[in-house]
Design a protein around this ligand. Structure first.
Ligand SMILES: [Fe+2]
Length: 471
């Protein structure tokens, strides 16, 4: 019954856009909180008579909660892009999504790919690159938006060769903007680190025989870290096989996860190794050590989590969802046979967050915040966990019937301690049939207040808080 309601409210529908409105609040909203929390995720799973197949398919929607003087205003909007505009105007899906293709006839896929290219529904993440705000997706098209009106202002596009290119939705901020990892498919396949500048300048390039599904990569002060899980594709299939993007990827039981460590100074590979196989979506933090580089990452023994996120599987809810394990890998540069793999938390989690603005690439960082699973039977993320990666202690926040999304850390003004600030998480409450933003103290996860959304909001992916300077 509960699973049925989670599926119905969280996934199996479309979300309506709303104009600016004031929201009801309870408890305490810190006076110093001044800016907008913007969360990205699916807003449309049904188009015409077609329902999408997978959680990652839904066409993107932005939800904006603006805090000012203890008041909270809300607005949500579909990401204005070609894929959504065409779907809404023609009432049919015309672009290929992650695990759903339009209803094509024979040869339709090839003709449609030449007509449209990949989807531009940048539904995964939001981030600031220089002065610009972007909705970020896994194709090469990123959508610049206005954080006040949520209107599309422009596009950023890595160039597109014939077989296709994908990018991660997790660029790393740098002093001059950001860098991202793209995968170029073709007779020869490349992973490339590129700047998000006008020319998408190439910083590093690695050749691979069978490209893997890449959702993020690591960056320390000195190195880029590229991890290639054994969930790979023969790239010819992306153009020739009549299947949606992710259905062309297969788990190869006969190999491990490959790692490339690339020197950021000159773009040269300084270390190549194969470790025990794991699948992952998210690097959490990457930092230099005395003899190499370490990275914290949420891993799975295989790519079964992709299957678990199909809408039919979520709807059935007949088994616990696989939980990601937070691990640390310590790499000794130049010694491929030597590495240390350590479990930092046994609590199943996904959509991890940390204080990236202050502690990215910092070996002294301590805290990871994430939606997680209260028990092995949990069919979706039903609690928040805070992991102290140094002391290996954990705190949790949980409420019956509530499914929290990614907790975003916002530091308190002039805070010095890493966890002096608040966490903001958009929670779906299936008993009350509504969503609320919960505001927690980041140090002890005690609740400060809630902001009630006008209706239940579908389960989504990443968000960010964009601070606004006081006038
Ligand atoms: Fe992600």
């Amino acid at each position: 019954m509960l699973q049925e309601k989670l599926y119905q409210l969280g996934f199996d529908r479309n979300q309506d856009p709303h104009d600016e409105m004031d929201l009801e609040v309870s408890g305490v909203i810190p006076e110093w909180l001044h800016g907008s929390f913007v969360r990205n995720g699916p807003g449309l799973f049904y188009i015409g008579g077609q329902r999408m197949n997978h959680w990652f398919d839904g066409l993107g929607m932005l939800h904006r909660f603006t805090f000012q003087d203890g008041r909270v205003r809300y607005k949500n909007s579909f990401i204005d892009c070609h894929a959504t505009d065409e779907a809404l105007s023609s009432n049919e899906l015309t672009y290929s999504e992650f695990a759903t293709d339009p209803c094509w006839g024979l040869f339709g896929r090839v003709s449609s790919m030449f007509r449209h290219g990949p989807t531009d529904s940048a539904k995964v993440n939001v981030g600031k690159v220089g002065d610009r705000y972007y909705a970020l997706g896994e194709t090469t098209m990123q959508i610049e938006f206005d954080p006040e009106t949520l209107e599309t202002l422009g596009r950023y596009n890595f160039r597109q060769p014939k077989f296709g290119t994908s990018s991660t939705a997790h660029p790393h901020p740098t002093n001059s903007g950001a860098v991202n990892l793209i995968t170029k498919y073709g007779p020869v396949n490349f992973y490339q680190v590129r700047k998000m500048d006008e020319r998408a300048s190439k910083l590093a390039s690695v050749v691979t025989f069978s490209p893997s599904y890449m959702h993020s990569f690591g960056m320390s002060e000195k190195y880029y870290v590229i991890a290639e899980s054994p969930f790979t594709v023969q790239s010819i299939k992306l153009i020739a096989a009549n299947r949606p993007f992710i259905k062309n990827f297969k788990w190869d039981k006969n190999r491990g996860t490959r790692l490339w460590v690339v020197d950021r100074e000159n773009g040269k590979v300084v270390h190549k190794a194969e470790v025990e196989p794991f699948f992952f979506f998210h690097f959490v933090n990457t930092f230099d050590t005395s003899n190499g580089v370490s990275f914290d990452i949420v891993t799975y023994p295989d790519a079964g989590i992709i299957e678990a996120y199909y809408l039919d599987a979520i709807g059935r809810g007949d088994r616990g969802i696989p939980g990601g394990t937070l691990k640390r890998f310590e790499i000794s540069i130049g010694d491929p046979s030597r590495y240390v793999e350590e479990t930092l938390s046994a609590t199943g989690m996904e959509l991890p967050h940390m204080d990236t603005a202050r502690y990215n690439m910092n070996p002294d960082y301590r805290y990871v915040y994430s939606p997680s699973l209260a028990s092995p039977d949990s069919t979706f993320y039903d609690q928040l966990v805070k992991v102290d990666v140094r002391d290996k202690t954990e705190l949790t926040w949980r409420e019956e019937g509530c499914f929290p999304g990614e907790p975003v850390f916002i530091p308190a003004p002039e805070s010095s301690a890493e966890d002096d600030g608040i966490l903001v998480s958009l929670v779906l409450d299936i008993q009350a049939e509504r969503s609320f933003l919960v505001l927690l103290r980041a140090d002890d996860l005690s609740e400060l207040g809630r902001v009630f959304a006008p209706e239940p909001i579908m389960m989504g992916f990443h968000g960010n808080f964009f601070q606004k300077q006081r006038a």
